[in-house]
Design a binder for this molecule. Structure first.
Ligand code: FES
Ligand SMILES: [Fe+2]
Length: 429
């Protein structure tokens, strides 16, 4: 059982909390690169781990992520002017560079000594793939740059989207490693969605509603294997990758692109769910890319106002269609994989009280993930031990789906297949 105290530790990510400090040891996705499309374009608000910031791209193309509030009288720099290598506060014209240094106080140009003492909090912002990543921890402990396969393959092989999710990051992540709900919640979606249909794995998923979970530690997190019985006594294995602290990769289906998520805390009651689809062997087709951008597969259509809030959201009950639920067109009445997940995760409340749960064996992956996060956060807090998942070799992972003889276990049989490598064929049923 997860106690109330453990739940607090797992879910709170403000600066100074154990989990907040854990998150600050990693590069995490902050923005789509195209949210800052050109030099001197308008700044963008970014909230991560409870910290309010603005991101901007200066005249030289440098990216900056700095405290949202001007140190003069705390007006928001979101309303500032991005000009001449700096962001200028619209109130009294104080100006800041991408590292948060105050470069000008137009009303008091003589007060150089004072100006030099003003420095806004700032974090690095780097582009890897189509994503701008930030590291919000100490510079001396900065990890190597992100090496996830989905953002290091050629641009035509990959696509990523993001959406606001109105609940704590952990209950969102726990949906990403919970393979057993697919046979229920998503059961009617499997053969309809263009990014899922037609694979043999769908039949296997629906044919055995009692998967057995075998969870194995990996270098950066966990392999979460789910075994289902198929023909001739063999087993269909779906192995999800979890890498600390908030990366998941769902096992692939047939030749469809493979997909997964980053579950990034905005604050304790909201997270940004990043969804990616990529194929390690080939470019995505026009139809596949379009399907992702239209909100199919694990992606979600959002309100086009910069909020990234889904069109189906808690204020409209996710557009639940009771008739479709009754007729068996959808299991829950909510359309689409992404919102089927999000609707139920948000329905638990902003931060679910895990001390009230009644867990069963299919929740094994979730329990082990909580334990791993707790231990890593405590080891960092108590001994300064750097957590796993920061190194490139921890991040170069692949999920697999495979049929194996009954005496074989995925952890041995797929050791090499679960490591990403350029030109290496992937394993998918
Ligand atoms: S509040 Fe920003 S310059 Fe005065
Ligand atoms: Fe799901």
């Amino acid at each position: 059982m997860t106690t109330k105290e453990q739940n607090e530790l797992l879910t709170r990510t403000d600066k100074g909390t154990p989990m907040g400090e854990l998150f600050r040891q990693y590069w995490i996705p902050a923005l789509h690169a195209d949210e800052l499309p050109e030099n001197d374009c308008p700044p963008v608000r970014v909230k991560l781990l409870g910290e309010k910031m603005v991101a901007f791209r200066d005249t030289e193309g440098r990216y900056g992520l700095i405290d949202e509030f001007c140190p003069h009288r705390l007006a928001s720099l979101y309303f500032g002017r991005n000009e001449d290598c700096g962001l200028r506060c619209s109130y009294h014209g104080w100006k800041f560079d991408v590292e948060g240094n105050c470069t000008e106080i137009p009303s008091d140009p003589d007060k150089e000594d004072f100006r030099k003492t003003l420095k806004l909090k700032s974090y690095p912002l780097i582009k890897v793939g189509d994503i701008l990543w930030t590291h919000m921890g100490d510079a001396e402990n900065r990890p190597p740059e992100p090496a996830w396969e989905f953002c290091t393959v050629a641009p035509e092989q990959t696509v990523a989207t993001k959406r606001l999710q109105e609940c704590n990051w952990l209950q969102a992540l726990e949906g990403g490693i919970d393979s057993s709900h697919v046979s229920f919640l998503h059961s009617m979606e499997l053969e309809r969605d263009p990014l899922f249909r037609g694979s043999k794995g769908n039949k296997y998923n629906l044919g055995d509603l009692r998967p057995v979970f075998e969870v194995t530690p990996s270098a950066g997190g966990l392999y979460i294997g789910a075994r289902r019985k198929v023909e001739n006594g063999k087993n269909y294995w779906r192995v999800t990758q979890y890498v600390m602290p908030c990366f998941t990769m769902i096992p692939p289906r047939g030749d469809h692109p493979q997909h997964g998520h980053f579950w990034v805390p905005i604050d304790d009651e909201n997270c940004m769910t990043w969804s990616y689809d990529y194929h390690s062997q080939r470019p995505l087709t026009f139809e596949e890319r379009k399907a992702c951008l239209d909100g199919k597969g694990v992606h979600v259509a959002v309100i086009p106002d910069g909020s990234f809030r889904p069109l189906q959201n808690k204020d409209n009950d996710y557009l639940i269609d009771r008739e479709a639920q009754r007729r068996g067109e959808t299991f829950s009445g909510v359309k689409g994989f992404g919102m089927q997940d999000a609707s139920l995760q948000e329905s638990m409340g902003p931060i679910v009280d895990r001390s009230n749960e009644n867990l069963v064996p299919t929740d094994k992956g979730i329990v082990m993930t909580r334990n791993m996060l707790t231990k890593a956060a405590e080891a960092l807090r108590d001994k300064g031990t750097m957590p796993p998942g920061r190194e490139p070799e921890h991040q170069k992972v692949r999920s697999v789906s495979i049929v194996l003889e009954p005496d074989l276990n995925y952890a041995d049989a797929c050791k090499d297949e679960m490591v990403a490598g350029e030109g290496k064929a992937r394993v998918s049923v």
